[in-house]
Design a protein around this ligand. Structure first.
Ligand SMILES: O=c1[nH]cnc2c(CCNCC3CCCCC3)c3[nH]c(NCc4cccs4)nc3cc12
Length: 373
């Protein structure tokens, strides 16, 4: 029998948890940052580099993969791990969020979402059952329920409708997922910026006895204070012995403040997308390498970093690559940014282990918030 899915909290500092998720394809050290692997690739990175910067798990993008090359084709070729040569855990999203943000002519009903591909306009239907089926075809280790994320601000009745629909879809996804010991299906808490709806959603999902819980419907335009307040309300309503995944978050400061409220897992397109746009994250702040002031700067991004992209190349060279739109620019800056994010998570995990997280927290990210240096 495949080793079952397990989560263990190893240390606590305030509400911050240092834990580990154990799965057949490997361990996930938490708090964890999950690099986004859109079409089965973390853009501009080799998978052994992704592993090399310290990632234990990556995200697979259900919406993109179902459209191209197709979930059945990936299954015929041995599943996403084989296809993309990433043997470690993969978390796939349901596809729903991207249907709503990328596809055309989409229609949402009780049954699911119908839409047309943004690639070739072909018609598709995504029900809770089909989403779980697709994630199964991709051989995903952690599968997300299909949900409806409400953009904020929104009318209370609209937030309630989407939250209740997402609960019914969670039940259908749980049924469709069935019992797969070495895999997990996570529910997603909705409820917008309304405390009562958040509590209702978290309690109803907790009663379903799922293996993990995501907090959705946040980082969708609301102020950080509102996001954090919703975490203060939601996390205590979720089982303490199950992982909590805050979807789409975020900046180093968001991550720090969310870990302090009990979040264990994060995903965000920022480090990879910023890298492709010439923006480098460093311990001493962000560096926009498009800026001409770097043209003669012989210094590396961070001479103390253990990432070659941060240590071995001058800012002048990186500026040149960015201005020349060389492919190597995106490659080196993505490498640097993912390395920075994984180092941030490593520092956070160490601080919780040594009970210095609450004290040292701000220090861990003091540099990042500084503007362009
Ligand atoms: O309630 C939600 N349900 C489902 N997904 C959500 C996501 C997408 C998380 N990343 C998926 C990845 C899957 C693999 C490919 C890349 C995405 C969110 N992202 C954000 N904020 C960041 C945002 C990004 C864009 C607009 S807001 N809030 C989110 C809320 C939800």
């Amino acid at each position: 029998m495949a080793k079952p899915f397990s989560f263990e909290v190893l240390a606590i500092d305030g509400k911050a948890r240092r834990g580990v998720i154990d799965m057949p394809r490997g361990e996930i050290r938490t708090p964890a940052f999950m690099p986004v692997g859109t079409g089965g690739t973390v853009k501009t990175m080799y998978m052994d580099q992704v592993r090399g910067v310290g990632a234990d798990i990556i995200l697979g993008n259900t919406y993109h993969l179902m459209l191209r090359p197709g979930a059945e084709r990936v299954a015929r070729l041995g599943g996403l791990h084989e296809f993309a040569r990433w043997p470690h855990p993969i978390l796939t999203d349901s596809g729903g969020f991207q249907v709503m943000s990328l596809s055309k002519l989409r229609k949402l009903t009780e049954k699911g979402v119908t839409f047309r591909s943004h690639i070739d306009g072909a018609p598709y239907e995504m029900s809770p059952e089909r989403s779980i089926e697709i994630q199964g075809l991709l051989d995903s280790d952690i599968q997300m329920q299909l949900d409806e994320c409400t953009a904020l601000p929104a009318e209370l009745k609209e937030i309630e409708r989407a939250m209740e629909l997402s609960l019914r879809w969670a039940e259908r996804c749980k049924t469709a997922f069935g019992d797969q010991p070495g895999k997990a299906m996570f529910g997603i808490v909705q409820g917008g910026d309304n405390a009562a709806l958040r509590v209702r959603s978290a309690q109803a999902l907790s009663e379903m006895g799922l293996k993990g819980y995501a907090v959705g419907g946040l980082a969708v335009g609301e102020p950080q204070a509102v996001m954090l307040e919703m975490l203060d309300i939601t996390c205590p309503e979720l089982p303490a012995d199950k992982p909590r995944y805050l979807m789409g978050v975020g900046t180093p400061d968001d991550i720090l403040k969310s870990v302090a409220r009990g979040i264990d897992m994060f995903d965000c397109v920022m480090p990879t997308r910023a890298g492709r746009h010439g923006l480098a994250y460093t311990r001493r702040g962000k560096v926009n390498l498009r800026n001409a002031r770097h043209a003669d700067d012989p210094r590396p991004l961070d001479e103390e970093s253990d990432c070659p992209a941060a240590r071995d190349y001058s800012r002048a060279y990186l500026h040149h690559l960015v201005r020349s739109q060389e492919a190597l620019a995106a490659m080196l800056l993505t490498w640097n940014n993912l390395s920075y994010y994984q180092k941030l998570m490593q520092d956070i995990r160490a601080a919780i282990e040594t009970q210095t997280f609450e004290a040292r927290g701000a220090e861990i990210t003091e540099g990042w918030a500084r503007g362009d240096i």
